[in-house]
Design a binder for this molecule. Structure first.
Ligand code: ADP
Ligand code: MG
Length: 569
């Protein structure tokens, strides 16, 4: 028989809080930690993966062990990031909603210190803090932790990595010798051992290994594309799942910023979460994502720490993290609380070994998937649209009075035409974008063929098959109109909906310009320039019919143009 929280010795006030959160049965880590904390005075190291319910494992017994009639600070929880700190405090507040007089306060940097000081003055039994801010408050004499009985290190593996060693020493020096210290982490890393060795005496070790339901519910998939196709591949993965709700992990702030911006430009409901944002901006983004006003969150690993959302459809590794533990953390963001989820990696050919390494590490196999074709995606989106339409609720009170007018206006269209028009209204965006969309998948056969071709020199054709690389465009504007290479490149890079388009040789003459660019994007490039206005002149662009070798030195351009026979494309 499964234990209930009541069986573990939790009192009624807390049970009420838990059941209103929908917590019915304790998770494995809760089952082990809660009774131990309630019954004995021990130091403890608990290792369990992300999403296994560690917060309640320490939070619930800590609340029960706190004397809410005494205003002294009795429990201290240390968290590596502000987000995690806020999250943990929020969770503890929810658990203790029906416990009279119990106050929990989150104390973190980047927010008003005065407000935190005022809140501390009122008496707070449980403080959830980032080491930096807590240390500031200690130095200013605004916080008294000399009476704490429990110190918890949450996500301890992150704590030292973030360079909080000195702060931790200073903080722990203010706590009494008589206390219990508890450490929670996903992995037993060097950092965890260091904290355990320094601050704990003879800790009990609890490892929740195989029973982590979270990780078992996660499916791992990878897609292999050329590095330059990462972004279009991402779009297809997202478009292929109409109710996508995902975190997209990038490696750097810059990449996060770039990917989010492109997605926004392309009309997705996306935003970025990274360390360069102000605290207020970050809160705003997280809030929007939590309540699903945002569909795609593009984030760095650190910024996404502690962001706790249960029903993600995907975790997408836009770029794989540098270490395997990083992958475990990321993929653990999905498949939480009994749901299933998918962790996706977009890789290029040289990264396949990383997949093999991760497989060893997580002891699970990845499934190699193919990037869906434009046609597949359009079909999927269409089916979804029809599904949405059939399910939409009609407000007859509002619509009926207008119906006569609507029907008069649309009366000329027959049923079929009406349906087609109305589908096109929602759907043209996909049809247009995926018209003639290339196959983005890479496989070994292609690699070989590709390699050989490249040794034979560059080829200039302007149809859009894969083996052909550059198309040359001719523009009716040049130096006189102030055209500069950077300007042309900028315009091409600004084309929404495609990744970075490779640009080859650029040649700017007095009244004309030629430029080479990746053939696959010919239609997009033509569309971007055609009829644009540059310094008062309306641009006309066409695919150049004459091509010449790209390595041709600049100074003999005239001779070449006059004399040589060029291969026609
Ligand atoms: P961890 O700290 O191990 O990564 P969390 O404590 O953040 O995990 O919990 C993960 C999710 O599972 C949270 O959304 C939490 O509300 C939910 N959860 C935790 N314990 C239970 C439970 N006993 N029953 C249902 N949901 C739970
Ligand atoms: Mg946690």
């Amino acid at each position: 028989m499964m234990n209930t929280f009541a069986d573990l010795g939790i009192n009624n006030d807390i049970l009420k809080g838990l059941s209103s959160l929908g917590f019915q049965e304790p998770t494995p880590v809760q089952e082990q930690v809660i009774p131990l904390m309630l019954e004995r005075q021990v130091d403890m190291v608990s290792l369990a993966q992300t999403g296994t319910g560690k917060t309640a494992a320490f939070g619930v017994p800590l609340i029960q062990l706190t004397n809410s009639k005494n205003k002294q600070t009795q429990g201290l929880i240390l968290c590596p990031t502000r987000e995690l700190c806020m999250q943990v405090a929020r969770d503890l507040e929810a658990f203790s909603r029906h416990v009279k007089g119990l106050r929990v306060l989150a104390v973190y940097g980047g927010a008003s210190i005065e407000q935190q000081i005022n809140a501390l003055r009122k008496g707070v039994q449980i403080i959830v803090a980032t080491p930096g801010r807590l240390n500031d408050l200690i130095n200013r004499g605004n916080v008294n932790i000399s009476g704490v009985r429990y110190v918890v290190f949450d996500e301890a593996d992150e704590m030292l990595q973030m360079g909080f060693q000195d702060e931790l020493n200073a903080i722990l020096a203010q706590t009494p010798a008589e206390k219990n210290t508890l450490l929670f982490s996903a992995t037993m890393s060097r950092e965890v051992k260091a904290i355990a060795g320094r601050y704990m005496s003879d800790p009990v070790e609890i490892t929740i290994g195989k029973r982590n339901a979270g990780a078992e519910n996660v499916h791992h998939e990878y897609y292999m594309v050329h590095a330059r196709d990462r972004y279009p591949a991402l779009k297809r993965i997202v478009d292929n799942c109409p109710d996508n709700y995902s975190i997209i992990f990038c490696r750097t702030r810059r990449e996060t910023h770039e990917v989010a911006n492109k997605l926004i430009q392309d009309g997705y409901n996306a935003d970025a979460l990274h360390g360069d944002l102000s605290q207020a901006q970050r809160d705003q983004v997280m809030k929007k994502f939590r309540c699903k006003n945002l569909q795609l969150l593009v984030a760095t690993d650190v910024a996404a720490r502690g962001l706790d959302v249960n029903d993600l459809t995907h975790v997408i590794n836009y770029n794989l993290p540098d270490d395997n533990a990083g992958y475990t953390h990321r993929s653990g963001r999905t498949g939480r609380a009994g749901r299933s989820g998918t962790s996706v990696a977009i890789i290029h050919m040289k990264e396949r070994f990383k997949i093999r390494q991760i497989e060893k590490n997580i002891k699970k196999k990845f499934k190699q998937c193919r990037i869906p074709s434009g046609a597949d995606i359009c079909k999927k989106q269409l089916v979804n649209l029809i599904d949405v339409v059939t399910k939409v609720e009609v407000d007859h009170d509002q619509i009926d009075p207008l119906y006569a007018e609507i029907s008069e206006k649309l009366g000329a269209l027959d049923r079929e035409e009406l349906i087609k028009k109305f589908i096109s209204l929602e759907f043209n965006r996909f049809l247009k974008y995926y018209k003639n969309a290339p196959d983005l998948n890479v496989d070994d056969r292609e690699k070989k063929r590709h390699g050989k071709r490249e040794h034979q020199g560059r080829e200039f054709h302007h149809n859009s098959s894969r083996k052909q690389k550059f198309t040359q465009f001719f523009l009716n504007v040049g130096r006189r109109q102030g055209i500069m290479p950077q300007g042309l490149i900028g315009k091409i890079n600004g084309i929404p909906g495609v990744g970075r388009i490779k640009v080859g040789k650029i040649e700017i003459l007095r009244n004309t310009a030629r430029l080479e660019a990746d053939s696959r994007y010919t239609p997009q490039i033509l569309a971007a320039f055609q009829h644009a206005e540059i310094n008062g002149k309306t641009v006309s662009i066409e695919v150049s019919r004459t091509n010449y070798p790209a390595s041709r030195p600049k100074h003999d351009e005239i001779r070449h143009r006059k004399g040589r026979k060029f291969k026609a494309a």
